[in-house]
Design a binder for this molecule. Structure first.
Ligand code: TMP
Ligand code: ASP
Length: 236
């Protein structure tokens, strides 16, 4: 499969058309941004790590009954995925307090919740991705009631599967962000990526951060953290 025209360039990925109108090629970059794009940098090797890890996790999720956009990994950085229209929601699941949750509600990081939480942000850069609830999503016409129910069901399923999987690697899945897409026949599938850019991973023994928070918070050891997650998943 060959790339034709570039359709889109995002903060961390480029998307290209192919000869097949139902398929696109995603190309992962080493570019990293944070704080709404204000902070910019490079995480060497990130593109390849996120590409391979995301594909591996999506295959795992497919086996557990969560449909995804994944079609075929082409090489280290490039993957063929189904062309979908992205539902403009960032779907965030949390198992432990951290990040904006800790800040918004004035609690420390590291509180283990009795039950996982879900929240939605409206994907809109001009508005800085405001937090919304599912009724707001309906009112804004971002998704239908059925679509929102499907998205919630899949998001909690992703959490169950990945929490157990990462536990086996000595990694605590603190929280993560998912995006969903709609295929032309209206099927909701998991899209975007699942990687250290979009998840918080803490070492189960030491609570050391093994994700993009090291970049967001200028902690150093960013590449080492991504490489360590790669090693845990692929043993390399
Ligand atoms: P938050 O605590 O900053 O709201 O982040 C929650 C989770 O979502 C965390 O694992 C990082 C991820 N995330 C993204 O993938 N993209 C984003 O733009 C933001 C703000 C968070
Ligand atoms: N990538 C997002 C941005 O540039 C935020 C993040 O992941 O922290 O705003």
């Amino acid at each position: 499969m060959e790339k034709t025209a570039q359709l889109y360039e995002g903060k961390a990925k480029k998307v290209f058309a192919t000869e097949d109108p139902s398929l696109v090629i995603v190309s992962y970059k080493d570019d990293a941004t944070a704080l709404d794009g204000l902070k910019k940098g490079t995480i060497v090797g990130k593109g390849a790590i996120n590409n391979r890890m995301s594909n591996y996790l999506m295959k795992l999720l497919e086996k557990s009954g969560v449909p995804t956009h994944l079609v075929e990994e082409l090489n280290d950085r490039e993957t063929v995925v189904k062309k979908v229209s992205i539902v403009p929601l960032e779907v965030i699941i949390r198992n432990i307090s951290a990040g904006s949750f800790a800040k918004r509600y004035g609690v420390e990081e590291g509180i283990v919740f009795a039950e996982p939480t879900i929240e939605f942000s409206y994907k809109n850069d001009d508005l800085h991705d405001p937090l919304i609830n599912s009724y707001h999503a309906l009112a804004l016409g971002l998704a239908t009631k059925d679509e929102i129910e499907t998205i919630k069901k899949y998001a909690f399923k992703v959490n169950e599967v990945l929490k157990e999987y990462f536990k086996g690697l000595g990694v605590t899945l603190v929280d993560f962000k998912l995006e969903f897409g709609k295929t032309p026949d209206g099927t909701i599938v998991l899209a975007d990526e699942i990687s250290p850019d979009t998840c918080r991973f803490w070492d189960s023994k030491t609570n050391e951060k093994l994700d993009k928070d090291r970049f967001r918070r200028d902690m150093g050891g960013v590449e080492d953290a991504y490489n360590e997650m790669m090693r845990r998943v692929f043993g390399e």
